[in-house]
Design a protein around this ligand. Structure first.
Ligand code: ADP
Ligand code: MG
Length: 200
């Protein structure tokens, strides 16, 4: 069976998970895989010379496990991981993969049918991040000493991506972001398969 795979990448707190969930509510036959579910245990995370745990790098993630989850979905794509709105047998299964390090991970390069990347400015990112509670909690100086520099590095690596990535302004409202992406996907899915009709 064919499937349509959507990547939602972007900066920490850019709104990736929120957007993925909003899309899942409205897209038929849609599953979500979140990269955040594949962090290694804290005991396996490297520390830098300042004692900062190196969480915002590919090495902090069990990417083999994430790839296995994707492969497993692909083997039986009609079966949603969670209940989803208005699914029916004819609709092409959709998989949304959302996370902060997707388009830098070569083994996934060939999988994307459509790629989005959420950005927000430094100040807004720092503000949103400070309101979230992480496990382990961000120590003082972590955002400027690890999170943001790693983001800038990954963002730069994306300049060499060979396929189209649609950049999204994460400071727009949740509703506006949803509509922008939903409309874009409606077009893409219609081109992909004339029989695919999205839920109203
Ligand atoms: N479009 C938006 N505008 C303002 N705040 C948002 C928006 N989308 C998400 N948020 C908020 O930003 C924070 C991070 O959102 P989340 O979707 O978890 O981001 P990510 O998965 O990219 O880390 C949450 O507090 C969420 O409520
Ligand atoms: Mg998230």
């Amino acid at each position: 069976m064919k499937a349509f795979v959507i990547g939602i990448g972007g900066v920490t707190n850019g709104g990736k998970t929120t957007l993925a969930k909003n899309l899942q509510k409205r897209l038929p036959n849609c599953s979500v895989i979140s990269q955040d579910d594949f962090f290694k245990p804290e005991s396996e995370i490297e520390k830098d010379k300042n004692g900062f745990l190196q969480y915002d790098v590919l090495e902090a993630l069990n990417m083999d496990k994430m790839m296995a989850a994707i492969s497993s979905w692909m083997e039986n794509p009609g079966r949603s991981l969670e209940p989803t709105a208005g699914s029916s047998a004819e609709e092409m299964p959709i998989l949304i993969i959302e996370g902060f390090l997707l388009f830098n991970y070569k083994p996934l390069d060939a999988i994307w049918n459509r790629s989005y990347f959420l950005t927000i400015p430094y100040e807004e990112c720092k503000r949103r991040r400070s309101t979230r509670v992480y496990e382990p909690p961000d120590p003082p100086g972590y955002f400027d000493g690890h999170v943001w520099p790693m983001y800038l590095k990954h963002r730069q690596e994306m300049d060499s991506v060979t396929w189209e990535v649609v950049y999204l302004d994460g400071t727009k409202s949740e509703e506006d972001l949803f509509s922008e992406v939903y409309e874009d996907l409606t077009q893409k899915l219609a081109n992909q398969s004339p029989s695919t009709v999205l839920a109203k």
